[in-house]
Each structure stands twice: as C-alpha cells, then as structure tokens.
Design a protein around this ligand. Structure first.
Ligand code: HEC
Length: 162
C-alpha cells in the first residue's frame, strides 16, 4: 500500500501561458495625474518666487520695520526672563526701537495722512523718548517698560492692522 502523494500542482512547461493582463487605463491616468500635479507644483513655486523677487524695498519696508521691532522686543523679553536687566543689556535694544520709530511714517505711506496713525506713531516715539531719558535700572523697571511699549504696539495694531 503506497501513501498517497500530495497532489503537487506541477507546471506543465508545454501548457500555453495565461495571457498577460493588458495595462490598466486607471494606472495610466494615475501616472498622468501625478505627473501633472508635480509639474503644477513646480510651476506655482517658480511663479511665487519670481513675484517675490520683483518686490521693491517699498513693498518690504512695512514688514521689515515691524519685524525689526518685533526682534528687539523679543530680545528684551529674553533678557527679562534671564534676569539680565543691566543698562548694557537693555539700552541697545531700546535705542534700536526708538530709531525704528522714525521709520513708521515713511514705511506706511498710505497711512501717513491719517491723524490717528500719526497719533500712534507719535505716542510710540514719546514712550521711547521717555524710556531713554530715564532707562530702566532693574528687571522690575524693564518689565514695566516692556508693558508700556507693548501698549503702544497694541494700540496701533488695534486700529490699523487688518
Ligand atoms: C503706528 C502703528 C504701529 C505701531 C506703533 C506698531 N505697529 Fe506693528 N504693525 C502695524 C501695521 C499697520 C501692521 C500691518 C502691516 C501689514 O500687514 O502690511 C503691523 C504689523 C506688525 C507685525 C506683522 C508683520 C508681518 O510680518 O506681516 C508685527 C510682528 C508687528 N507689527 C510688531 C510690532 C511691534 C513688536 C510693535 C511695538 C514695538 C509694533 N508692531 C508697533 C502698525 C504698527
């Protein structure tokens, strides 16, 4: 009595091969869609870069002034957090903030004629003039100075920042 051999599915080399599947239309469309997507993204990035490159200093002026003010107030806040409130730590930033105050009117030529805008720029400069005439001597002083400056930032943003 012989043990039954497992039925091995042997491939008969002489049997005809099953026909290959034709390439699916869905696969082709997906490929074309992805190709179009990549080309589209590259085109948009190039377009945006060329638009950015065409901007003049007048276009950058308002953002540049604001970013500079933001950089100096942020550094003052860092000094406060690090408990470093000596005049040598804070004066350079306060002076820079005062200087950028002169740029506010030319940086926003559309708003220059608004008396309310002029009021805000004047008030900002007055705050910094006052701060520079009696600079903060310790961290408590720096804290209230930062609050006063922040109040001027907020007041103008409340009226003019869209
Ligand atoms: C006299 C008005 C005025 C004062 C004072 C002012 N800002 Fe602004 N700020 C604006 C206006 C207007 C915009 C909107 C600019 C725009 O979108 O073109 C703005 C925008 C900004 C922005 C966003 C800039 C960007 O990248 O789009 C920052 C950050 C900023 N201000 C920081 C400050 C800080 C910090 C202070 C105070 C130290 C301050 N601003 C004081 C008018 C002012």
């Amino acid at each position: 009595m012989s043990t039954p051999q497992p039925q091995a599915t042997k491939v008969d080399p002489s049997a005809p091969r099953p026909p290959r599947k034709p390439p699916s239309a869905a696969g082709r469309y997906l490929f074309l869609f992805l190709l179009g997507l990549v080309i589209g993204i590259i085109t948009v990035v190039m377009l945006l870069r060329s638009l950015e490159g065409r901007k003049t200093w007048q276009d950058h002026y308002p953002t540049a002034a604001m970013q500079l003010m933001s950089a100096h107030t942020a550094q003052l806040r860092q000094k406060l957090d690090a408990n470093r409130c000596a005049a040598t730590d804070v004066l350079p930033h306060l002076q820079a903030l005062r200087m950028v105050g002169n740029d506010l009117d030319p940086a926003f030529p559309d708003l220059r004629d608004s008396t309310r805008f002029a009021g805000h720029t004047g008030s900002y400069r007055a705050t910094l003039d006052q701060v520079l005439s009696s600079p903060p001597m310790n961290c408590a002083g720096l804290k209230s100075t930062l609050e006063a400056i922040g109040g001027d930032c907020k007041a103008c943003h409340g009226d003019f920042r869209g």
